[in-house]
Design a protein around this ligand. Structure first.
Ligand SMILES: Cc1cc2nc3c(=O)[nH]c(=O)nc-3n(C[C@H](O)[C@H](O)[C@H](O)COP(=O)(O)OP(=O)(O)OC[C@H]3O[C@@H](n4cnc5c(N)ncnc54)[C@H](O)[C@@H]3O)c2cc1C
Length: 509
C-alpha cells in the first residue's frame, strides 16, 4: 500500500466558500485540514472572472464576510480586482496559506465504506480524509454551447470566465453571445474600442439602473474608527433585501411597478422603437436574475452595435449565423453563456457508498438535505449546494449559514467519538426537497413565464432558495441527528481501543 496523507477534513476550492470553511475550522480548533485548489491562487469566481467591467451586483459591505469586515471598500459595488484582493487579504489575515494546496485538482474521490473515509485522487497525489467539504462553486465551470461550425472558426474564441487579456480587441469585429450578468458588464466596457459588436440575444434581460459611486474618504474613516457604523450599513443593505424577497417568493404579481421602472430606464437610453421592442422582455421581472447597469442600454444605442434578437445557431468560416438567418463576419467570438450549474462537473468525480457518482444519483435533479448533504455520500457536504441560490441578495450570507452547519457537523462527529460517519437518511433528503419544491410553486422563478439557468433539464428549480436568508440561517444552525444514520468503524490500530471489536463499518440504529 502506498504511503499517503490522512486529514480530518479536506476542503475543495478556495473561493469565498473554501476560505470561509478554512477560517471556521480553525476557529473550531481544527487544524488538521487541507484546502485543495486546482488553480494557482485563491479567489474562485473573483480570480477566474477578470473580464472588462467585471463587478459585483451586491454592495460590497454586504458581499463580504461578517467576520472580516473591510472598512476600505472603494466603491458601493466593488470591481473584481478589489474583491480578489479582499480574499487574498482574508487568506493572509487568518493564516490560511499553510493549509492550501495549489495546482491540486480533485480528480476523483471515493467513499471507503470499511475505513469510513474518503479516498481522494488529486492531480498531485492521493490523500484520505474523514470529512470532505466541497466548495467547488456553483458557477465555476464555464459552459460553451455546441454550435455547428465552431471548431472551424478561424478567429479567436473565448468564454467570459477565461478572458484572453493578450488578445487586443481594438478595431475588431466582435460577436458577443449571451445577455446575462457577465455579458451586460462586458458590452459597455468593450463597445468604445471594438470596430463592431454583434450581440446575440436569445432572451432580453430586465435591467435596472446601478446606483454605484465611490465611497468617500470620510465614510471610510468613519467605518474604520467606529466599526459599528459599517455593521449598521451592512444591516441596512441586508434588511432591505430581506423585505424585497417576499415579492419574489410570495407576491410576484406586485412586481409590475418594478417593470415600469425598468422600462423607463430603457426608454431613457434607447430612442429607436424597433430596438426597444427587441430589448423588452415578455416575462415577469425577477423570473430571470434582474441585472443592474446604467451603461448597458447607452452602449447598445451606439452605431457600432447590432442587437440580434435570436440565438447563435451556426458558424460558417468567419460568418456567424443567427437562428433568424441574419449573418455577420467577425474576428472574435466571446461566449457569455454562463456555467454548468445544474450539471456540476465535480458531481461526476464523487463516488458514494453505493458505488454511484453524485451525478448519477442526481440524474433526475440535484437534491440535498438543507442544501448541504446527499444520501449515500456520508461525511460529505457541499457549501451552497442545491436550492441555496439567491435572486436578490449576497451569497456570502448563504455561505456563512453553511459554515455554521459544517462546524456543527464536525462537532457532532467528535461527540460521537471513535470513527463515525453521518449519512443523511433518504427520507430526510426527500422531505426537505418536497418542502422546498412546494414553496417554489408560487415564486416568480417558477410562475414568471421564463426559462432560466435556475431550472434543470426537467424544468425543476434546483438552484434557488425560495425564502429569506434568515429562514435559511435558522434551518442550518445545527445538524439534526434524527435526519442522519450514524455509521461506525473500528478505530485505526494507532488510535484508541477498538469499538466493540467491530471489524467493518456498521450502522447504528
Ligand atoms: C461573474 C460572476 C459574478 C457574480 N456576482 C455575484 C454577485 O453579485 N452577488 C452574489 O451573491 N454572487 C455572485 N456570484 C456568485 C458567486 O459565484 C458566489 O457569490 C461565490 O463567489 C461563490 O463562492 P464559492 O467559493 O462557492 O465558489 P467559487 O468562487 O466558484 O470557488 C470555487 C473554487 O473551487 C475550485 N475548484 C473547482 N473544482 C475543483 C476541483 N475539482 N479540484 C480543486 N479545486 C476545484 C475552483 O478553482 C475555485 O477556486 C457571481 C458569480 C460570477 C461567476
Amino acid at each position: 500500500m502506498t504511503e499517503h496523507e490522512h486529514v480530518r477534513v479536506a476542503v475543495i476550492g478556495s473561493g469565498f466558500g473554501g476560505l470561509g470553511a478554512a477560517v471556521r475550522l480553525r476557529r473550531e480548533g481544527i487544524t488538521d485540514f487541507v484546502v485543495l485548489e486546482r488553480a494557482g491562487s485563491v479567489g474562485g469566481t473573483w480570480r477566474d472572472n477578470s473580464y472588462p467591467g467585471c463587478a459585483c451586483d451586491v454592495p460590497s459591505h454586504l458581499y463580504s464576510f461578517s467576520f472580516a469586515p473591510n472598512p476600505d471598500w472603494p466603491r458601493t459595488f466593488s470591481g473584481q480586482e478589489h474583491i480578489r484582493a479582499y480574499l487574498e487579504h482574508v487568506t493572509d489575515t487568518f493564516r490560511l496559506r499553510p493549509h492550501i494546496r495549489f495546482d491540486c485538482e480533485v480528480k476523483m474521490m471515493t467513499w471507503d465504506a470499511e475505513q469510513l473515509h474518503w479516498d481522494i485522487e488529486t492531480s498531485s497525489g492521493r490523500l484520505t480524509a474523514d470529512v470532505v467539504v466541497s466548495a467547488a462553486g456553483p458557477l465555476s465551470d464555464p459552459k460553451i454551447p455546441e454550435i455547428p461550425g465552431l471548431d472551424s472558426f478561424p478567429g479567436k474564441v473565448f468564454h467570459s470566465a477565461r478572458w484572453d487579456h493578450d488578445y487586443d480587441l481594438r478595431g475588431k469585429r466582435v460577436a458577443m453571445v449571451g445577455t446575462g450578468a457577465s455579458a451586460i458588464q462586458i458590452v459597455p466596457a468593450i463597445q468604445p474600442q471594438v470596430g463592431s459588436l454583434t450581440l446575440f440575444q436569445r432572451t432580453p434581460p430586465w435591467v435596472m439602473p446601478r446606483v454605484d459611486r465611490a465611497i468617500t474618504g470620510a465614510e471610510r474613516a468613519l467605518h474604520r474608527t467606529l466599526p459599528f457604523t459599517a455593521q449598521a450599513r451592512r444591516g441596512l443593505l441586508w434588511g432591505i433585501r430581506e423585505l424585497q424577497v417576499q415579492a419574489f417568493t410570495k407576491h410576484p404579481n406586485e412586481l409590475g411597478f418594478v417593470e415600469q421602472l425598468a422600462k423607463r430606464n430603457m426608454a431613457r437610453a434607447i430612442k429607436d422603437p424597433a430596438l426597444r421592442a427587441k430589448l423588452t422582455p415578455d416575462y415577469r421581472i425577477g423570473c430571470k436574475r434582474i441585472l443592474l447597469s446604467s451603461t448597458y442600454y447607452p452602449a447598445l444605442a451606439q452605431p457600432n452595435v447590432d442587437v440580434v434578437a435570436s440565438g447563435l445557431s451556426e458558424i460558417r468560416g468567419s460568418t456567424v449565423v443567427a437562428a433568424d438567418g441574419s449573418e455577420a463576419e467577425v474576428d472574435v467570438i466571446i461566449f457569455g453563456t454562463g456555467f454548468h450549474v445544474t450539471d456540476m462537473p465535480i458531481a461526476e468525480r464523487i463516488v458514494g457508498a453505493e458505488g454511484r457518482t453524485l451525478a448519477e444519483s442526481w440524474k433526475d435533479g440535484m437534491a440535498a438535505l438543507r442544501g448541504a448533504t446527499a444520501a449515500g455520500f456520508p461525511n460529505w457536504m457541499t457549501i451552497i449546494g442545491p436550492n441555496t441560490g439567491l435572486g436578490n441578495s449576497s451569497m456570502i450570507l448563504m455561505i456563512e449559514s453553511h459554515l455554521n452547519y459544517m462546524a456543527d457537523f464536525v462537532k457532532q462527529l467528535g461527540v460521537l467519538g471513535g470513527r463515525a460517519a453521518l449519512n443523511p437518511r433518504p427520507s430526510a433528503v426527500a422531505g426537505w426537497n418536497q418542502r422546498v419544491q412546494e414553496r417554489m410553486k408560487r415564486t416568480v422563478w417558477n410562475t414568471g413565464g421564463c426559462t432560466s439557468w435556475y431550472l434543470d433539464a426537467n424544468g425543476r428549480n434546483t438552484t434557488i432558495w425560495p425564502g429569506t436568508t434568515t429562514e435559511f440561517r435558522r434551518a442550518t444552525r445545527q445538524v439534526n441527528l434524527a435526519e442522519y444514520e450514524v455509521l461506525r468503524a473500528p478505530a485505526r490500530p494507532a488510535e484508541d481501543a477498538p469499538v466493540n471489536g467491530k471489524k467493518t463499518a456498521e450502522v447504528e440504529a
